[in-house]
Design a protein around this ligand. Sequence first.
Ligand code: IPE
Ligand code: IPE
Ligand code: MG
Length: 254
Amino acid sequence: MTRRAPAPEDFPNLPRHIAIIMDGNGRWAAARGRPRTYGHRVGARSTRLITEECARLGIERLTLYAFSAENWKRPREEVDFLMSLLSRYLVRERKTLLENNIRLEAIGRLETLPAPVRRRLEDVIAASRPNDGLSLCMALNYGGRAEIIDAARRAMQAGLEGALRPEELDEARFAEFLYAGPGVPDPDLLIRTGGDFRVSNFLLWEISYAEIVVTDVPWPQFRAPELHRILREYGRRERRFGGLGPASAPTGSP
Ligand code: IPE
Ligand code: IPE
Ligand code: MG
């Protein structure tokens, strides 16, 4: 018997914005006696399937931690492999992303990515800009502290140009200087695959009130059924934002 795929109505409180630390590729491959790169290749398949599933469920935004500012510390061969995998992913997925009405975005210090990656990234971002379905945001050469520093620099620049007075800078104004730009909701749900309980410099500003779920499932094995389980768990959480009831809204939100 085949079970029907769950519909959005099957989840009581779907998050608007999901952020994922896609971790555990290397360990998953090593446990199978394969090189770490094999884990990254199978992980790219999870990326595709999870993106499509989020689009199908009507999730507004999915932010994926694909390469951290600290990942350059890895052996040259692994970094090169990850960059070429990303490049190939952008070429291969272009059509599917466009067909699924997905809008690609990227956050991080993108200017230091290899030129072919940057070119392909810019191409898909531009081609998918008119789409109004899922926003898929790739965190590339991304560091949470670097993002806050870059936002502070932009705020200072605006100050120097006379566009912002110090007393006008509040949380909402500051958030507009973050990489994703104005109007982007904070993640409601942060998932980390691969079992480690840390944030590894991901979205430090944005996750202040995110619900966190760590799953032991490594990223190459993370597919729709585990996402559904986590969405059900998220639906049972009571978000209080420092208040006393589930209706309490975060500061600065309507
Ligand atoms: C996540 O998997 C992918 C990237 C960080 C690019 P890892 O490569 O960190 O795999 P583990 O955590 O070592 O198993
Ligand atoms: C976080 O995973 C970065 C990405 C998933 C891209 P890492 O494997 O780099 O994190 P640490 O080193 O275990 O903290
Ligand atoms: Mg890791």
